[in-house]
Ligand binder design. Structure first.
Ligand SMILES: *[C@@H]1O[C@H](CO)[C@@H](O)[C@H](O)[C@H]1NC(C)=O
Ligand SMILES: *[C@@H]1O[C@H](CO)[C@@H](O)[C@H](O)[C@H]1NC(C)=O
Ligand SMILES: *[C@@H]1O[C@H](CO)[C@@H](O)[C@H](O)[C@H]1NC(C)=O
Ligand SMILES: *[C@@H]1O[C@H](CO)[C@@H](O)[C@H](O)[C@H]1NC(C)=O
Ligand SMILES: *[C@@H]1O[C@H](CO)[C@@H](O)[C@H](O)[C@H]1NC(C)=O
Ligand SMILES: *[C@@H]1O[C@H](CO)[C@@H](O)[C@H](O)[C@H]1NC(C)=O
Ligand SMILES: *[C@@H]1O[C@H](CO)[C@@H](O)[C@H](O)[C@H]1NC(C)=O
Ligand SMILES: *[C@@H]1O[C@H](CO)[C@@H](O)[C@H](O)[C@H]1NC(C)=O
Length: 408
């Protein structure tokens, strides 16, 4: 079975199970210990931002944020069998303008030593299953897997935030018509504009590189199309435009109501049923990891800190993906050789008579005017790139692209 390339499903995260981590209990919804604001080589400031987001949203019908698991499973069945039928049955033809102000948690980190390009910044947007701690991944309390640390070590500033419905950010009850991809894109657009206008850290950042993972990459890709002036370059990590792996990823992920899977972390009186996570650690491994190229600690950490995605996000994800016809900045795609959702576990499985040598290379078709398109495929790496042994090497490669953009 194949899904149309125009309609990828989710992506991005790691999972949890009944023995969830009780960092700073009670009431810490985040997948991180909030005592850790960042790695030891950076000065980090975490704070709340009021974000006004207006977007033309999909209007879902015949759905309910508090429907029970049986009904939600049936919806997944419809979506996975025929997206066309799902759209026909559950989406209105016309979009609806939705405007809200949300509270989102963001963290700015500047290097402690040898700052370089201090008026430039990288904006980091995580995918499904994570919160912003994807970029400061610390399965053992150390900094080895932290992209923020690798960046600070090279002298670069980073800004990351918990997407709407994750971490310390708001969790609106309406998990369809509010928490969906056009809303997430509007929020990302606001943050990029705020970085440029001294509303974050008091600096007018004059160059911004957008870096996404998975669904975060979907948003950064969309941003290069809708507001190309806001970004000077992009890294799309855990991404491609080939959707063959999406369906097995979605079904293998066994998505289930978050408050039922991890009631000690997610409180049903504060989060509606349409916020979902992988039902088991096995489902999480299935989707995000490539054995044996990760540590037990990394896998466990992913299980016990997984963050929910809304069904609105999962069902609307690629509605925002579009050709970036006016984006001239450099584009770098970084996807693990065994990525499940975006390469169907083999990034070299391209048509023999095709135009490109690997699956991620096809992303350049979205960028007719980019001045430099490149691909990096870390070996022995699944979808959760930052949780694999290859992460430090991958970060070096990503940061050499960052230096190229900042110095050119
Ligand atoms: C959270 O981080 C603090 C400071 O690093 C540490 O003392 C504490 O043990 C951590 N808590 C957990 C549950 O790991
Ligand atoms: C779930 O909701 C549906 C539709 O309202 C209902 O038919 C079904 O009995 C419910 N199942 C459970 C287990 O509550
Ligand atoms: C889609 O809907 C049509 C019309 O209701 C139906 O005939 C068809 O079997 C459905 N397709 C799938 C794959 O469910
Ligand atoms: C940021 O740029 C604006 C417009 O150029 C200027 O008015 C403001 O003083 C700058 N702020 C900082 C902190 O540099
Ligand atoms: C869930 O949230 C409600 C309302 O905020 C609160 O009264 C209740 O104590 C919470 N339950 C748990 C288990 O944290
Ligand atoms: C994961 O870590 C938690 C907390 O340290 C521990 O209780 C649990 O047994 C671990 N689970 C696995 C599958 O290793
Ligand atoms: C898309 O992925 C599938 C599964 O790996 C592969 O067979 C196909 O050749 C790929 N197509 C392109 C254009 O990359
Ligand atoms: C293209 O970008 C790479 C970094 O990804 C850089 O090393 C290379 O020099 C660039 N090529 C040109 C022609 O600028």
């Amino acid at each position: 079975m194949r899904l149309p390339a125009t309609r990828l499903c989710l992506l991005g995260g790691l999972a949890t199970v009944a023995f969830a981590a009780d960092f700073n209990p009670p009431n810490n919804l985040a997948g991180y210990n909030t005592s850790r604001v960042g790695p030891s080589n950076a000065n980090c400031n975490r704070q709340s931002y009021q974000i006004s987001a207006s977007s033309d949203n999909i209007v879902f019908k015949g759905v309910d944020s508090n429907a029970n698991q049986t009904v939600n499973t049936a919806l997944f069945q419809t979506f996975a069998t025929s997206m066309a039928n799902f759209t026909e049955a559950h989406e209105e033809k016309n979009k609806n303008r939705v405007s809200n102000t949300f509270t989102l948690s963001g963290t700015l980190c500047t290097p402690k030593n040898s700052a370089k390009h201090s008026s430039y910044v990288q904006m980091l947007v995580h995918g499904v299953g994570f919160d912003s701690s994807y970029w400061d991944f610390s399965p053992d309390g150390g900094d080895t897997y932290s992209y923020v640390s690798a960046a600070a070590g090279e002298g670069y500033t980073t800004f990351r935030y918990d997407r709407l419905g994750t971490g310390l950010s708001d969790h609106p009850q309406d998990a369809y018509n509010i928490v969906q991809s056009p809303t997430d894109l509007a929020i990302a657009t606001q943050f990029a504009a705020m970085l440029r206008s001294a509303q974050i850290g008091g600096t007018n950042f004059t160059k911004v590189i957008g870096i996404g993972h998975s669904y975060g990459s979907v948003q950064m890709q969309a941003l290069t199309a809708t507001a190309p002036q806001l970004l000077d370059g992009v890294i799309l990590q855990g991404y491609s435009v080939n959707s063959t792996g999406q369906l097995p990823f979605l079904t293998g992920g066994a998505y289930q109501t978050a408050t039922a899977v991890a009631p000690n972390r997610f409180n049903a009186s504060e989060m509606s049923n349409a916020y979902v996570i992988n039902a088991t650690p096995q489902a999480n491994q299935f989707d995000f990891f490539y054995f044996p190229y990760f540590s037990d600690a990394a896998l466990n950490r992913s299980f016990i800190t997984e963050q929910p995605a809304t069904l609105g996000v999962l069902f609307s994800q690629t509605a925002i993906q579009q050709p970036a016809n006016d984006f001239t900045g450099p584009v770098h795609v970084v996807t693990g050789a065994q990525d499940f959702p975006f390469c169907d576990r083999d990034c070299y499985a391209v048509p023999a008579d095709g135009k490109y040598k690997n699956v991620p290379a096809y992303v350049q078709e979205m960028y007719p005017k980019t001045r430099n398109f490149s691909v990096y495929i870390p070996e022995n790496t699944g979808h959760g790139v930052n949780a694999h042994y290859s992460a430090p090497e991958t970060y070096k490669e990503m940061l050499s692209f960052v230096e190229y953009v900042f110095s050119s």
